[in-house]
Design a protein around this ligand. Sequence first.
Ligand code: GLA
Length: 405
Amino acid sequence: MLRIYLILLCFIASGWAEAKKFEGLALTPPMGWNSWNTFACEIDENLIKEMADTMVENGMQAAGYEYINIDDCWHGERDAQGNIQVNQQRFPSGLKALADYVHSKGLKLGLYSDAGWQTCGGHPGSRGYEFQDAKQYASWGIDYLKYDWCNTEGLKAEGAYLTMREAIYQAGRPMVFSLCEWGDNKPWEWAKDVGHLWRTTGDIYPCFDCEYNHGTWSSWGVLKILDRQKGLRKYAGPGHWNDPDMMEVGNGMSAAEDRSHFAMWAMLAAPLIAGNDLRIMSEQTLALLSNSDVIAVDQDPLGVQGFIYADDFADTKLQVWFKPLEDGDWAMAILNRGDKEESFIFDWQQHTVSDALSQRQIQKSPSLYEIKNLWSGQVFADNQGILQQIIQSHDTLLLRLSLKK
Ligand code: GLA
């Protein structure tokens, strides 16, 4: 009897000790802002506060943006007990006070670390300090951790990220866990229960289709990143997302290119993490980032990533994408990858659009749908089943097909 009792006790105790990821934190792709793309290491507490203020005042918070994420370079050194310290010059009030400030605005605060011994920017990494660091972040009130992969020689990615997952869980404060190992170890195959999002590629660069060579590594323009998402859609879903990197909207591309970038990130059900200076962006950039129809495509509760229906559509440079949405709706994107404007003519009767992954099919008769242009807000009248539009170079036509009730 005593033996059975002891076995039962061990069983219950091991159940208590079991670590897992915090569930329910990213049922739709996370939305927010991150310091890296514009500011790199030039960050301080005033900048972070101003971004939080701006996000509330300009309506982005109301549009769904929630996280203010501090990237690399917030660190000081470790103290004699190994506790990581904040950089005192840049963050004199400390991260607890900053988290309190951000929380007082109804927003959440994210932080950055690295699985290796140093971050990519040369600051102390979490290797060997995972549990201590996670506890520290929890005590500061951190809500989101981006965990990078520089200086990880000898480490195995899955194990390293699992260690940090356990550390976060044991620290007891729910945090979104964002894996940033650039897709090198195919995280989509193993990270569903480890984190809430995983980078699929190397870093983004604010250009439409370029490669920026840093010497030993490259960063990539929007189309280059988009093309590296092939085959990954089946791995994404509520609570676990493919992350094609933070956005470069408002960071120097043309208006059409910014539109395409934002539209395609929505079609990918990508995290929408703005990377521009929110304080000085143009009205046009703000309107784009806050477009509620496009955000609804990204944040659709079905959580199914879009797919390419046709490459080089009708011998043009147009790429046609579809994304199934809840309640029988669809998003449709026509991306002009080429250098000249193209005419798009789509005869619904000639096309069968179906998706094996979500087991959904578009009705052949467009009159069953209300078709809305998500840039102009214009709703199309039934035009005898043929969709006809001119699409400018590098621009994207984004439509929502809403099943008429
Ligand atoms: C890596 C990441 C970037 C950024 C920098 C910071 O390159 O992929 O997103 O976090 O490190 O050093």
